[in-house]
Design a protein around this ligand. Structure first.
Ligand code: NAD
Ligand code: DAU
Length: 339
């Protein structure tokens, strides 16, 4: 079994690669990643020499490069993590989100049509459903919830989802889609809420909370997401969407206070700043379908996962300090300039 994992030098993709190499030692895993600002080769350093692993630097929008890789590897499956993933960046500059998230998805699926594939899996997000009101805790996103996006990021992900389902209906491509809630864990890029707050707190810098900090996110430990995708790949039904989330809703301010407490930092570091434009209020996944069909349940409790995550950032300070200082581009040149 050969699986192309796109975006594997990013947060969730790298965790997925580690998980798959361990869980399926006979599988060949080929990572295709452009190494944008969010992709980091140091993250993959521990598997770079693994006999079942190959890294290829390429853009998922580059048809020639994608086709060449398919010709070389004859993949059985493709799992597409590659995306521009940060909502705030999409608000500043939407264009690259449309290119990578929509055109990149089409380019990968066209290669799958040309060369044949057992499964194309699209890693999507609960943000395609828009948001839920804070005063209706009885409401959850199901797979039937209408698409209703708020940001250029979520609109681009929803467009990709529609394209994936269209390729299934029109061309019979064997696709699946997972729509997951907010992940946290090791290798999370420090622009996102949890790692940003940990890094700032460790530097005794202000902790910038948008608006009143009352927005709710449904947090899932990244390994539980990887397990869900593995199950969908092997046992999910083609043409289906699976929501992934663990009923673990927290207000942003709760998370930031918890990080202060765990790190022994004063709460007066918390600084309320201007709100995100179009800021979604609440995300909450109903995971009944993946539980009943595939037996998936989250295994890591938030109280344990957040402690493990904070410990990881304390133990891997160099990883995120290097990113923050922009040094990781130099790392790539040093590693591959003469190869
Ligand atoms: P990330 O930003 O950490 O990583 C994205 C990776 O994609 C990087 O390695 C980057 O170099 C690569 N990439 C970007 N553009 C590319 C291109 N044109 N060609 C090839 N590679 C490219 O993202 P993440 O948080 O790991 O998210 C991965 C996927 O999961 C995304 O599709 C995202 O929408 C989805 N998702 C994320 C979350 C979350 O909480 N982080 C939750 C649900 C779904
Ligand atoms: O729900 C899944 C989505 O989760 C994924 O599709 C996205 O790729 C991923 O980035 C994440 O999106 P969010 O916008 O929810 O994550 P972010 O970490 O950017 O923000 C989480 C919440 O924290 C959100 O309500 C905004 C708030 N926030 C964020 C930052 C970076 C702050 O209050 N201050 C901050 O500095």
């Amino acid at each position: 079994m050969t699986i192309i994992v796109t975006g594997g030098a990013g947060f969730i993709g790298s965790n997925f690669i580690f998980y798959m190499l361990e869980k399926h030692p006979d599988y060949r895993i080929v990572c295709l990643d452009k190494l944008t600002y969010a992709g980091n080769l140091t993250t993959l350093a521990s598997v770079m020499d693994h006999p079942q692993f190959r890294f290829v630097k390429a853009d998922i929008c580059d048809r020639a490069a994608v086709q060449q890789l398919f010709e070389e590897e004859h993949p059985d499956m493709v799992v597409n993590f590659a995306a521009e993933s940060h909502v705030d960046r999409s608000i500043e500059d939407p264009e690259v989100f449309l290119r990578t998230n929509i055109m990149g998805t089409a380019t990968l699926m066209d290669a799958c049509r040309t060369y044949g594939i057992q499964r194309y899996h699209q890693v999507s997000t609960d943000e395609v459903y828009g948001d839920l009101p804070l005063d209706r805790p009885d409401l959850f996103f199901t797979e039937e919830t209408p698409i209703h996006t708020s940001s250029p990021y979520s609109a681009s992900k929803a467009s990709a989802d529609l394209l994936v389902l269209a390729y299934h209906r029109t061309y019979g491509l064997p696709v699946t889609i997972s729509r997951c809630s907010n992940n946290y864990g090791p290798y999370h890029f420090p622009e996102k809420l949890i790692p940003l707050m940990i890094a700032n707190a460790l530097h005794d810098k202000p902790l910038p909370v948008y608006g009143e900090g009352k927005n709710v996110r449904d947090w899932l430990y990244v390994e539980d997401h990887c397990k869900a995708i593995d199950l969908i790949l092997h046992h999910g039904r083609a043409g289906e969407v699976y929501n992934v989330g663990g009923h673990n809703e927290k207000q942003n301010i709760e998370i930031v206070r918890l990080i202060c407490k765990e790190l022994g930092k004063p709460e007066n570091l918390i600084t309320y700043v201007g709100d995100r434009k179009g800021h979604d209020m609440r995300y909450a996944i109903d995971p009944t379908k993946i539980h009943e069909e595939l037996g998936w349940l989250p295994e890591t409790k938030f109280e344990d996962g957040i402690k493990k995550t904070i410990r990881w950032y304390l133990d891997h300070q160099e990883w995120w300090e290097t990113i923050i200082s922009g040094e990781y581009h130099n790392y790539y040149e040093k590693m591959y300039g003469n190869r």
